[in-house]
Ligand binder design. Structure first.
Ligand SMILES: *Cc1c(COP(=O)(O)O)cnc(C)c1O
Length: 366
């Protein structure tokens, strides 16, 4: 049997007719940017996440960049200020900080959750710290009450990188509505994916929302009047229309991901494999299903030779990347362990029981 890591074609085909109808509607309308499709998606997504505002933009990296840039424009942060960030994240989180001349302060993850270890944050806070950015990595909620208390105590902004966690909950609230602002990616492979690049910011802060709306549109609120030196980082009408279709089905897709995860957790019984430890099923939407294995590379080859596609998220941690040479000698053992042992199994709302059982049996025979 062949099981690809992810078939985007299957994911799209699930809602093929609705997506075709939405795309054709925009094509035939003759209006391709800054129109009613953006307005509708922004309204619907803000409602879904539970914030007052949603601002669509070009991609998830830009969404995060705009949040920090807007805080700088509003005088709340300035270049040289520090931002606390998990050391084990996708590079985009760190880039959004350094792109703005802010300084990332890397914090190790908790080895049971793979999320930022909240017991290590307080000792990293200095007079220059202005924000904590949490990343709901793999689709698991990274927020804890302790993080909220630290933000209050030290007057820090809490920013969420919600690129991997659309639909995730914490105590009845959606991730993306917990902090002061959140960046969302709609990269095609994400839980809520466009058919191309797209992103958004959600927030309840009206000043921040206005600044981001302007920054992502050349720094302009009024045509040909420029308040900031912005960029062109807009969301296409066609992507907004497609995202609005997919948003209507997000909860059912998340439920399917959870049922795949449940089967993996109940079925995989191999002492060489460490499975995700789930304490609250509301707090995980399984963008990925990460396992740890000391013989990770060998396991990946074995699965590949049995027709099963996997991926590594991520092979090299940010502090070991060439673009961040000055950190290459820093030692972050938890982060390095996860990057050395992590393997993501196939995960999508389109996997069949037959495929999932085949993956479980193949892993149990390893
Ligand atoms: C995908 C991703 C991003 C960036 O999103 P793009 O839309 O690809 O720019 C940011 N952070 C995390 C954690 C991601 O997984």
């Amino acid at each position: 049997m062949q099981v690809p890591f992810l078939s985007l074609k299957d994911v799209t085909n699930k809602y093929r007719d609705e997506i075709h109808e939405a795309a054709l509607r925009v094509i035939d309308s003759g209006w391709y940017l800054q129109g009613k499709e953006n307005e509708k998606f922004e309204t619907d997504y803000a409602h879904y996440i539970g914030t007052k505002y949603c601002i669509g933009c070009a991609n998830g990296l830009d969404a995060l960049i705009w949040i920090f840039r807007a805080y700088i424009e509003l005088g709340i942060m300035k270049p040289g200020d520090e931002v606390i960030v998990p050391a084990n994240t996708y590079i985009a989180t760190i880039l959004s900080i350094t792109e703005n001349g802010l300084i990332p302060v890397l914090v190790e993850p908790n080895i049971n959750t793979y999320q930022i270890d909240d017991s290590l944050i307080e000792s990293k806070i200095t007079a220059k710290t202005k924000a904590i950015i949490i990343v709901h990595l793999y689709g698991r909620c990274a927020y804890t009450d302790k993080i909220g208390e630290l933000c209050k105590k030290y007057n820090l902004k809490l920013i969420e990188d919600n690129a991997q966690a659309h639909g995730c909950m914490f105590n009845g609230k959606k991730t993306g509505s917990i902090g002061d602002a959140a960046g969302h990616s709609f990269y095609p492979g994400k839980n809520l994916g466009a058919l191309g690049d797209a992103g958004a910011v959600t927030t309840n802060d009206v000043e921040l929302a206005k600044a981001i709306h302007s920054l992502a549109n050349y720094g302009s609120q009024k045509k040909y009047v420029f308040q900031y030196c912005g960029r062109n980082s807009r969301l296409d009408e066609i992507q907004a229309a497609i995202l609005d279709v997919k948003l209507r089905h997000l909860d059912e897709d998340v439920a399917l991901r959870k049922s795949v995860a449940k089967k993996y957790i109940e079925g995989i019984k191999n002492p060489k494999i460490v499975l995700p430890k789930i304490s609250d099923w509301n707090q995980h939407v399984f963008h990925l299903f990460p396992i740890l294995c000391e013989q990770r590379d060998e396991l990946q080859k074995y699965l590949e030779s049995n027709g099963i596609g996997t991926n590594i998220h991520y092979p090299i941690p940010p502090h070991k990347q060439e673009c961040y040479k000055k950190w290459n000698s820093i030692c972050l053992p938890m982060t390095e362990k996860i990057h050395a042992q992590e393997l993501s199994l196939p995960m999508s709302p389109c996997l069949t029981d037959e495929q999932v059982n085949y993956i479980i049996d193949t892993i149990n025979n390893y």
